[in-house]
Design a protein around this ligand. Structure first.
Ligand code: SF4
Length: 502
């Protein structure tokens, strides 16, 4: 155990003891570690991660265990200082001892977590440094719908798109031969799987059979932000065309619906809270039937996304009955003109109505999500945002989350520039000043959005630059320097030697 008291085995045991639905794995010929480049609370809130765990856990021939990035920098540093390799939660086995380590990756800024995860595990960070006996590192997850190529230096294989079916192809490949090369050769033949070392022509994204829907979690835990919540998918994908969005209709065949009866039938008897997940859940044509089924059974309910133009008194009333104190809607652009430009199709009247419905349902707050720095945005747009938010705040207290716009691959706005950091910060200052004492303004960092942008738009060299920046301390200055000058040398890779990181 590291000297400062962080004991990864104790943390794992405590968390497993608090999980409902956890079944201790029995040994099996094929061992896979599912990893996450963020801490436990984030991973266990990910329906994709939970679904792959459930798919593998249902197989008799696979032992699946989980490993997570430690919760904070102090814990990561404590493990490094103690030269103690990262272990999995259930079997307390070193991550590097699993033949396959499959990592779910959601968004660009988790890249530092990925590098820490591999380093702590004693797995060479770069796939080209891995040898016989090292695990095969497979990366999948939401990032693959957009641009996972910056991850290619770290991945032996990347699964593009929906992996709930493809993961079984990964298992078959793992079982296909003894050598690392044989397994990689078999992986290369699995549809949707990309082997970066064998060429940079990524395959199209996979779509799982509709019969596999819905994804749902097998484990409920109180140690996540969605404490005690059973997660289940109400629909997959989206039929709309917002021009900045990776999940728009052109991605994986649009929206696929799950029948309310199927959703309600899968909710465990002891579930107190139910989280309905999907890119556009409020567009489900029978969303009120689903909500009614959940709340009439005395359960709380949460939705991952709400469109203001879909709300009515019944819908908002059911959300309130299901425990919502806050109504959260995305408006995504500062003005009517910009919302039109990005085909968001949300208007002021929808947002006014959302605030009014929330107030009438005795909710206490309206939360809005917004981007700044969209192409063509001017100070007039920002002024309109301030003026309109003042109007909204007369109806109900408003909290506004603001993120700088980051152009993503596989969207019509791919390639759009990132606005200068100074200009974004100036706009944020204008919004804060204009709404001081009127609305809560919660912006995310323009600097880190710039890092996200470089990774979202980059190739393998962007991933390598991020690695060097992270290993040089991970400050914004280190990232900027690495992206712009490519000037930071990579330190020596760590490995597990005799049970210790060397
Ligand atoms: S932003 Fe929402 S509504 Fe628009 S395309 Fe994406 S998922 Fe659909």
């Amino acid at each position: 155990m590291p000297k400062d008291g962080f004991d990864q085995r104790e943390v794992a045991k405590r968390r497993l003891a608090g999980e409902r639905g956890f079944v201790a794995p029995t040994d099996a010929p094929t061992r896979i570690c599912l990893g996450y480049p963020s801490p436990y609370a984030v991973a266990m809130s990910s329906l994709g991660f939970q679904t792959i765990f459930r798919e593998l856990g249902a197989r008799d021939d696979v032992l699946v265990d989980r490993a997570f990035l430690p919760d904070d920098r102090a814990a990561i540093d404590a493990l490094k200082a103690a030269r103690e390799p990262l272990v999995s939660y259930a079997t307390l086995r070193r991550v590097a001892d699993f033949p396959i380590v499959a990592l779910s990756f959601a968004y660009e800024l988790e890249i530092g977590g990925l590098i820490d995860f591999l380093t702590l595990s004693g797995i060479p960070v770069l796939s080209t440094d891995r040898r016989k006996g090292d695990p095969i590192v497979v990366i999948g997850g939401p990032i693959t719908f957009s641009n996972p190529i910056p991850l290619s230096p770290f991945a032996d294989a990347i699964v593009f798109g929906e992996a709930d079916q493809a993961i079984h192809g990964v298992v078959a490949a793992a079982q296909s031969g003894e050598s690392r090369n044989a397994k990689l050769g078999a992986l290369a033949r699995v549809p949707g799987v990309f082997i970066p070392a064998r060429g940079l022509v990524p395959p199209p994204c996979l779509a799982a059979d509709d019969a596999r829907l819905p994804a749902f979690a097998s484990i409920v835990t109180d140690e996540t932000e969605l404490a005690g919540m059973f997660l289940i998918e109400a629909e997959r994908g989206c039929h709309r065309g917002c021009t900045y969005c990776v999940m728009r209709r052109s991605t994986n065949g649009g929206m696929r619906l799950v029948a309310p009866e199927r959703i309600l039938g899968l909710i465990p008897c002891d579930a107190r809270r139910v989280g309905l997940v999907g890119a556009a859940v409020s567009d489900h044509p029978r969303i009120c039937d689903i909500l009614r089924g959940v709340v009439d059974a005395g359960r709380e309910v949460s939705l991952s996304s709400l469109r203001a133009d879909r709300l009515n008194a019944e819908f908002v009333g059911l959300l309130a009955k299901g425990g919502h104190k806050t109504l959260t809607v995305a408006s995504d652009a500062a003005s009517e003109r910009l919302r039109e430009t990005i085909q968001r199709k949300i208007h002021e009247r929808h947002l006014i109505r959302a605030a009014t419905l929330a107030r009438d349902a005795k909710m206490t707050r309206l939360k809005t999500y917004m981007m700044v720095g969209l192409p063509g945005e001017t100070h007039d747009d920002i002024d309109e945002l301030v003026r309109f938010t003042r109007e909204l705040a007369k109806i109900l207290p408003v909290a506004m989350g603001i993120a700088p716009f980051v152009a993503k691959r596989n969207t019509p706005l791919d390639g759009a520039p990132f606005e200068a950091i100074d200009a974004i910060e100036e706009k944020l200052a204008t919004i804060r000043r204009g709404l001081a004492g009127i609305a809560e303004v919660r912006p995310t960092s323009a600097r880190w959005a710039y890092v996200e942008y470089r990774l979202a738009q980059g190739g393998p060299e962007a991933g390598l630059a991020a690695m060097r920046a992270h290993q040089a301390g991970g400050s914004f200055a280190a990232y900027r320097s690495a992206f712009d000058e490519n000037s930071i040398a990579a330190p020596r890779p760590l490995r597990v030697v005799g049970g210790r990181l060397e």
